[in-house]
Design a protein around this ligand. Structure first.
Ligand code: GLA
Length: 368
């Protein structure tokens, strides 16, 4: 069988932090970096996964007929195998195959390398085994794979962003209706993604704890999802301090996303930038998913010429910030932020100048 190749990008979350699993709104974009999965069918009954990390090729081989659930190893290969399992559980017939992965997406940076791995896998398998699913079904299956088999109870943001992105557009996602709208991104501004040098780890721990605290807050407010509540209700409620702050973050983020879409549509980039900075402040104070390093990066970015706003992006607890700034300043601002951060923290920041890119559906010709 001929070898096929599918690319899935990472994503940057622009506004709407931890809102996805609260049935809320998110504004994100696909980025140029991502995961490329190449593969073909095999006739020997094996699933053979390989990836090149530095000089080393990592390999995992399992029998395609082996009774799933597969044995989780805590390694990268759990993600593709989780996708295989999710497809099988839905009744899709998959044979033996080879898949090899290449990535230019840093892992642990909050840019969704795991979703890119899942999405590139599901598209490759769809092509290899003639499976036809809508973009949203692909996203749901990948999320299910990660929730059920890898053990991170993430929402649908990362998978949707990787699939539905469009060059020069932000993605507005309504997570309750599971609907996407593309919003044109002004040309005179650009993004920097600045990694703080300390990877985040979402598996278990704080991420799942936040999810639990949000669902507890929703329960006490008498709603199914925090999306259905508002600040006035929250102020009148008698929620304990911790849950009140968690709910304030989610409710505030939902409001910021809706206003942010209006600002982008009217080209008001200055106010959009202010919303990003307000989002970070809420992460720091209310959601407590920032870190001293991310706070330092945001504070340095804010005082750098040309910068309109900055916030942590993704799950938090390490990873990266995203900076909105005027396009003409981005090169100089990136070096200034990195050198000042290194001087003050002792950590090396990694800066990516980032354009809003096509998602996997477009990149692989699933939609034009
Ligand atoms: C991670 C998760 C997403 C989302 C973000 C925070 O990236 O995978 O589902 O919850 O964190 O917004």
């Amino acid at each position: 069988m001929d070898s096929l190749c599918c690319f899935a990008p990472g994503r940057v979350e622009l506004l709407g932090n931890h809102t996805d699993y609260n049935g809320g709104y998110v504004l994100s974009a696909a980025i140029p970096q991502g995961v490329r999965a190449s593969g073909s069918g095999r006739s020997d009954g094996l699933i053979r996964l390989s990836t090149l990390i530095g000089e080393e090729t990592l390999l995992r081989k399992v029998s395609a007929d082996e009774t799933f659930p597969f044995v989780k190893t805590g390694e990268w290969s759990d993600y593709p195998l989780a996708v295989v399992q999710a497809l099988r559980d839905e009744g899709h017939r998959l044979g033996a195959f080879d898949a090899s992965y290449r990535s230019d997406l840093p892992s642990g940076a909050g840019l969704s390398s795991s979703a890119a791995l899942e999405v590139s896998t599901i598209l490759l398998l769809s092509k290899l085994f003639g499976i036809s699913l809508s973009g949203m079904d692909l996203a749901r299956l990948c999320r299910h794979a990660e929730n059920q088999f890898v053990g991170v109870r993430c929402g649908i943001l990362d998978q949707v962003s990787s699939l539905f992105g469009k060059r020069d557009h932000a993605i507005f996602l309504d997570c309750l209706k599971e609907e996407v709208k593309l919003v044109s991104f002004p040309h005179d501004v650009s993004l920097l993604i600045v990694q703080c040098g300390i990877p985040h780890a979402l598996v278990g721990g704080e991420y799942n704890a936040r999810r639990f605290q949000c669902s507890e807050a929703a329960r006490r407010l008498g709603v199914n999802f925090l999306r259905e509540s508002n600040m006035a209700q929250l102020e009148k409620s008698l929620l304990p301090d911790l849950e009140r702050r968690r709910a304030a973050h989610i409710i505030g983020e939902n409001e910021r996303v809706l206003r942010g879409v209006e600002f982008l549509e009217s080209g008001n980039v200055a106010d959009f930038g202010r919303l990003m900075t307000a989002s970070h402040e809420s992460s720091r104070v209310n959601f407590e998913n920032s870190t001293p390093e991310l706070d330092l990066l945001v504070s340095i970015a804010k005082s750098t010429s040309g910068v309109l706003g900055a916030r942590l992006t993704g799950g938090g607890f390490g990873g990266a910030i995203v900076v909105l700034l005027s396009r003409e300043d981005r090169h100089q601002a990136g070096s200034l932020i990195a050198s000042e951060y290194e001087r003050r923290s002792g950590h090396r920041a990694h800066v990516m100048e980032c354009d809003l890119a096509d998602g996997a559906l477009i990149a692989n010709g699933f939609v034009s």
